[in-house]
Design a protein around this ligand. Structure first.
Ligand code: COA
Length: 460
């Protein structure tokens, strides 16, 4: 397995094509690296400049009086090969090639030569045709997206640049924490397999989410075999674009990949233990759950709610997704009855009723947390006038360390409910604005648990 540690933990980065002009990509990448707080050494390279953004600039990478682990090339495609040669002579370890204008645009020859030069000097190439990469533990934002991205445990590998960049803004808004964000582009050298293999060993990453358009021809078998090694260690969620026939044509002009038939890919993903999401929302919902939850010890699940309707919807979704809902024992029912008015229901879904207060939820959660009948809890809340959602979220968050069982939450309502959802997510309880999303996220976690149990013979 390739050692990519110097790509993600470089001692020094050169930005080649660091521009003096704020509107240019080479300027933004250097600025993001500085502003996001990378604290290794940074070397702008630009033959026309002596200083950029307060840093001494070099005419060529060869002039840098230090070792360079990573060189980010933000120069046009027709200049990349010469600069790659210089980087090789300099002893650079990783080339991150932003430029478009390679295989995706019919310039296969240029791309082949780039990889040839890299091989000659023992360098690895990320790209070309990418928006860069980020790794939050090393405070690296080497992208031309927004400056900020929320740190966390989701690694996102993407063949779509726009989606990756858009997601950076989301991470802040949605409390969705990333460890790594990698633009895959044409995958001329480093590909989704090698990057996933590395991230499977990365202690900062708990789940790998991938937007995939296609694989390089002839790598299907390798993909299945190697991704099995990855899924034995970390959950992998993929969203496969280019399922439709017109979508497949679009893929070939986007990243030059072979989209292939959706069914063939699905079979390959299944064999490799990869979870397939159908929408972006689903992918990140599941990724959120994996990044915050431990793998459950069992599957027996209860729904706790203050609203009958959402309870029923969650019940339907649970049954459809294969989540076993328990029938509580008389003993558990008697205990839980104490947390609700006489007209509440201690069956599953457990309905605390619309007059439930914070203390009712807390009491019920404590009982469920202690009960040997329950492995997982789906916590639902509908906005009522008697229970402030923010207060509920804060109270539950305070007790988070006491709860040993996975909890997923769905809170339905307006603005203050959205705030409460953020509070829960920030405090490690995956929370969603609708019951089906919470249920399906737990279902994905249980699917992965079953895969581990079956394939790996895992014992807890
Ligand atoms: N070494 C170092 N710097 C060099 C250089 C060299 N050999 N040759 C030129 N430069 C400098 C230029 O002088 C310029 O700096 P300046 O603005 O201060 O004058 C800077 O590098 C950039 O060069 P420029 O020719 O202005 O290119 P650009 O910024 O317009 O475009 C790319 C470069 C890579 C952004 C562009 O070619 C490209 O491919 N864009 C698409 C990127 C993309 O979409 N990727 C996929 C995303 S998913």
């Amino acid at each position: 397995m390739a050692d990519l540690s110097r790509l993600f933990n470089p001692r020094s980065i050169a930005v080649i094509g660091a521009s003096r002009h704020p509107g240019k990509i080479g300027y933004v990448i250097l600025k993001n690296l500085i502003d996001y707080g990378y604290n290794g050494k940074l070397y702008p390279v630009n033959p026309e400049a002596t200083e950029i953004l307060g840093l001494k600039s070099y005419k060529s990478v060869l002039e840098i009086p230090d070792e360079v682990d990573v060189a980010i090339l933000s120069i046009p495609a027709n200049k990349v090969l010469d600069v790659a040669e210089d980087c090789g002579k300099k002893g650079v370890k990783f080339l991150v090639v932003i430029a478009s204008g390679f295989a995706e645009a019919g310039n296969e020859e240029g791309e082949r030569k780039l990889v040839e030069i890299a091989k000659k000097y023992d360098m690895r190439v990320l790209g070309p045709n990418i928006f860069g990469y980020a790794y939050t533990p090393s405070k690296i934002n080497a992208t031309f997206g927004p400056k900020d991205l929320a740190p966390g445990h989701i690694a996102f590998l993407t063949q779509s640049g726009a989606l990756g960049i858009a997601l950076m803004g989301w991470t802040i808004m949605e409390e969705l924490g990333l460890s790594a964000l990698v633009s895959l582009g044409n995958m001329s050298d480093l590909d989704v397999i090698e990057l996933s293999r590395f991230l499977a060993e990365d202690t900062n990453t708990k789940v790998i989410a991938i937007y995939l358009e296609g694989l390089k021809p002839g790598t299907g078998r390798k993909f299945i075999e190697e991704m099995k090694q990855v899924t034995a260690k970390k959950p992998v969620i993929v969203i496969k674009a280019g399922r439709s026939s017109r979508g497949q044509i679009a893929v070939s002009s986007h990243t030059g990949s072979l989209a292939g038939s959706g069914r063939i890919y699905d079979a390959a993903f299944k064999q490799a233990g990869i979870l397939v999401a159908r929408t972006i929302e689903e992918m990140f919902d599941w990724a959120r759950a994996f990044s915050l939850l431990e793998i459950p010890r069992g599957e027996r699940t209860v729904i706790l709610t203050n609203g009958g309707g959402v309870g029923v919807l969650a019940t339907d979704a649970a049954e459809e997704s294969g989540i076993p809902l328990i029938d509580p024992s008389t003993e558990l029912k008697t205990a839980i009855k104490k947390a609700m008015p006489w007209f509440g229901s201690a069956r599953n879904p457990i309905d605390l009723t619309g007059q439930a207060l914070v203390e009712n939820y807390i009491e019920a959660l404590e009982i469920l947390n202690e009960s040997p009948e329950v492995d997982n809890i789906i916590l639902l809340y509908c906005r009522t006038a008697v229970l402030d959602p923010v207060e509920l979220a804060e109270s539950i968050s305070k007790l988070k360390s006491k709860f040993r069982k996975p909890i997923v939450a769905a809170l339905v309502g307006g603005e203050d409910v959205a705030r409460a959802i953020k509070i829960l997510n920030k405090n490690g309880i995956p929370a969603y604005p609708g019951p089906e999303r919470a249920v399906k996220s737990l279902a994905a976690v249980l699917d992965y648990k079953r895969y581990l149990d079956r394939k790996i013979g895992r014992t807890i």
